[in-house]
Design a binder for this molecule. Structure first.
Ligand SMILES: [Ca+2]
Length: 185
C-alpha cells in the first residue's frame, strides 16, 4: 500500500537528511574528525538504497473496476419451421331459405386458428348465388373465456336465401404458435 510505503519511507528520509546534514557539517567544520566521513557516506549510501527499495515496492492489488456496459444483442436466429394444419369440419346441410349461425371447425388442442371460412361441398350446387353465403366469419374462443382466452376455432354464420338446400364445410387454418396474446381496443 502506498501510504504504508510512504510511512516506512518517511523515517528513512529523515535519517538520510540528518546524516547528510552531519556530513555537510563535518566537511564545513574541520573540528569534526575526518575519519567519520567515510562511515557517514557509507550510511548515507545505505539509506539511499533502502529508500530506493521502498520506492520500488509494489503496492497491494487495487479493488476491481466497475462492471462494463452490456454488449449489443446478437443477431436473430433463423426462423424455425411452422406447423400448419387444415381442419375441415363434417358436412353441414344448409336448408333452403335459412340462416345457420355458429358453424365451427375446431383446431386440434394446442393449436390456434389464423384463418378459415366455408366451402360448399364439391359437386353441390354451383356456382354460388348472390343471396347465399357467410354473414359472419371469424376466429372464436371456445368455450368462451377459457383459460388461455385465445381463439381455438373458426366460426361461420351462414345464410342460404335460395330455394335449394345444400351442404357446406367449415375449414380452419391452424398453427402451433410459439406464443399467443390477446388485446382489445
Ligand atoms: Ca382458447
Amino acid at each position: 500500500m502506498l501510504s504504508s510505503a510512504n510511512g516506512s519511507r518517511s523515517p528513512l528520509i529523515a535519517a538520510l537528511a540528518g546524516l547528510a546534514l552531519v556530513a555537510a557539517l563535518a566537511l564545513a567544520a574541520p573540528a569534526i574528525s575526518g575519519t567519520s566521513l567515510p562511515k557517514l557516506a557509507k550510511q548515507v549510501k545505505k539509506l539511499k538504497k533502502q529508500v530506493k527499495a521502498i520506492d520500488q515496492q509494489e503496492g497491494p492489488k487495487g479493488d476491481p473496476g466497475a462492471r462494463g456496459a452490456t454488449g449489443a444483442g446478437g443477431e436473430d436466429g433463423e426462423a424455425g419451421p411452422v406447423a400448419v394444419h387444415y381442419q375441415v369440419s363434417n358436412l353441414t346441410t344448409i336448408p333452403a331459405n335459412s340462416e345457420v349461425p355458429g358453424l365451427r371447425s375446431n383446431c386440434p388442442s394446442g393449436m390456434v386458428p389464423i384463418g378459415g371460412g366455408s366451402q360448399r361441398e364439391v359437386g353441390s350446387l354451383a356456382p354460388p348465388k348472390r343471396n347465399e353465403g357467410e354473414i359472419h366469419s371469424g376466429p372464436v374462443d371456445r368455450p368462451v373465456g377459457d383459460a388461455d382466452n385465445v381463439p381455438d376455432a373458426w366460426s361461420v354464420d351462414y345464410a342460404n336465401n335460395t330455394s335449394d338446400s345444400y351442404n357446406i364445410q367449415i375449414f380452419a387454418i391452424c398453427v402451433d404458435p410459439t406464443s399467443t396474446s390477446m388485446a382489445t381496443g
